[in-house]
Design a binder for this molecule. Structure first.
Ligand code: FAD
Length: 474
């Protein structure tokens, strides 16, 4: 039954945040959308506070009234953590008006930003000071720092710079009690009890609402070299990565595996994009290195030797920023090409790097066994052991037709990938989190000791279960 949020409660919230800070759910459809078109969210009200103090007051009011709150950043989360799927008596708490860059301190190597800052805007603000914030992903134009931290996002530079967690020195957050935790100091050493920053990072809005963060920024390096290369398979892609590390040191900031099938989907859907290599290949890598002056020559030399030795078939080095962007466009348009092609499953699991080859081979075999016509685009952050499989219906069959004709196929595909992941000693969520999509998977695969501790922490911090109920632990 639809209950919504009462007009009386909405009025009291409006008295805190003002008319600009509130929107009836009926006029706020975009907050109900899923980036992969699988779910539609529900809500009674969308609230957009402008300050941490107002946000804390809203939390206190909702706590007293027993109204649940769902933190919302850019809405790019792909596990439905930001969507209420089964109840409309909730407030969507959007951080979009809290989007100020509070401070940039080059000497401390940090910037302090509000949680609603869009990642791309953080990149631009850092660049104005000759600095970089090295967290990168295809959703950078919409996702926010709050969402990045709440999901402990990964992306394309994890190899060298780590996940969102590794790039955050301090946090400001509103706890379920309505108290404000102010820990924005840029300390590199701080052993004063439990590190609540790390408890909140990756908690997917279930333990607190992140309102600001102190982020690590680094100097922009003089040379950036981007290479797109044809490789025989995942094993050779990893060997290439290990070779680069041996010869070129820590300069490798990212290495992405791409399948020939996936590159074909991207160039098929986006007429302005093309594969720069003359001969087709079953697999490619896109890699980027950054470092001292002269790096470009060293990278050229390395790839020349790899081609001469027959370890890779061909490679192209970007010779301008436009070419570099064109290469990254091939990778960054992959999620959208998958969506347009009608993926029935988009996995996000990780395995130890040494098991990537086995993981790819065994998942492909398991999927072929489920249905011989399934098509699979395997791609992603191979240097982190985080390969995404996007699985499509057989050629010529639409997603709705296939799903109707093959009941249970979506779940069967997901479980087949999970089982191989676990057999390879991997994690059933690598970088996207648990959200509402993987609650049952977490309950199934997590050790009881871990699950019990997560539940105990949640109960202690949020005894009324008002923050993002239904996410992460159900
Ligand atoms: C095209 C595409 C590419 C992507 N590529 C990557 C990738 O390479 N790596 C990767 O890790 N992810 C990727 N993602 C997933 C997504 O972009 C990330 O999970 C991102 O961090 C979510 O940020 P957001 O601001 O959109 O959060 P939302 O989607 O709004 O929310 C995500 C979760 O965080 C919580 N939350 C949001 N803001 C706050 C806050 N201020 N305080 C507390 N909780 C909060 C929400 O309640 C929800 O549980 C991709 C998504 C898309 C659509």
């Amino acid at each position: 039954m639809s209950k919504g949020v009462s007009a009386e409660a909405a009025g009291r919230i409006e008295a805190i945040v003002g008319a600009k800070g509130i929107r009836p759910a009926a006029e706020a459809q975009r907050y109900m959308e899923d980036p992969r078109d699988r779910f539609t969210g529900k809500a009674g009200l969308v609230v957009m506070p402008d300050t941490t103090e107002d946000l804390a007051e809203v939390v206190r009011l909702c706590g007293a009234e027993g109204i649940a709150l769902i933190p919302y950043g850019g809405g790019t989360g792909v596990v439905a953590g930001q969507l209420s799927l089964d109840r409309d008596d909730v407030v969507i708490l959007s951080l979009e008006r809290m989007n100020r860059i509070r401070d940039i301190r080059a000497d401390d190597g940090v910037m302090v930003v509000e949680a609603g800052c869009v990642l791309e805007n953080v990149h631009a603000a850092a660049a104005e000071h000759g600095l970089q914030f090295p967290l990168g992903m295809a959703s950078k134009g919409s996702c926010t720092i709050g969402g990045n931290l709440a999901t402990n996002a990964g992306g394309i530079q994890v190899l060298r710079h780590g996940n969102a967690r590794d790039l955050c020195l301090g946090i400001e957050a509103v706890l379920p009690s309505g108290e404000i935790l102010r820990e924005l100091s840029p300390l590199r050493k701080n052993n004063t009890g439990f590190d609540l920053r790390h408890l909140l990072i990756g908690s997917e809005g279930t333990l607190g609402i992140i309102t600001a963060a102190t982020l690590i920024v680094k100097p922009i390096e003089p040379e950036v070299v981007t290479v797109f290369a044809a490789v025989p398979g995942p094993a050779e892609a990893l060997a290439l990565y290990q070779g680069m590390r041996r010869q070129l040191g820590e300069a490798v900031s990212g290495i992405e595996l791409m399948s020939g099938f996936g590159v074909g989907l991207v160039t098929g859907h986006f007429a302005n994009l093309r594969n720069p290599l003359a001969e087709p290949s079953e697999w490619y890598v896109l890699t980027e290195l950054a470092g001292h002056a002269g790096l470009q020559d060293n990278v050229e030399g390395f790839f020349g030797e790899e081609i001469e030795a027959g370890r890779i078939a061909d490679a192209v080095l970007a010779s301008s920023e436009a070419q570099r962007q064109a290469l990254w466009d091939l990778r960054e348009h992959t999620p959208e090409a998958n969506r347009l092609t009608g993926a029935i499953c988009s996995s996000d699991t990780s395995v130890p790097i040494a098991s990537v080859e086995r993981f790819v081979a065994e998942t492909h075999a398991a999927l072929a066994k489920l249905h011989p016509g399934l098509r699979v685009n395997s791609y992603g952050h191979i240097g982190d052991g985080n390969i995404h499989h996007n699985v499509f219906p057989p050629e010529g069959v639409t997603k709705p037709e296939f799903v109707a004709a093959t009941p249970g196929i979506i779940e069967a595909v997901r479980m087949a990938i999970n089982e191989v992941t676990v057999a390879c000693d991997g994690a059933i969520s690598a970088e996207h989190g648990i959200g509402r999509l993987k609650v049952n998977d977490l309950a199934r695969y997590a050790q009881p000791a871990k699950l019990n501790t997560i539940r105990a922490i949640k109960a202690a911090m949020d005894p009324k279960n008002i923050l993002n109920p239904g996410a992460l632990i159900g």
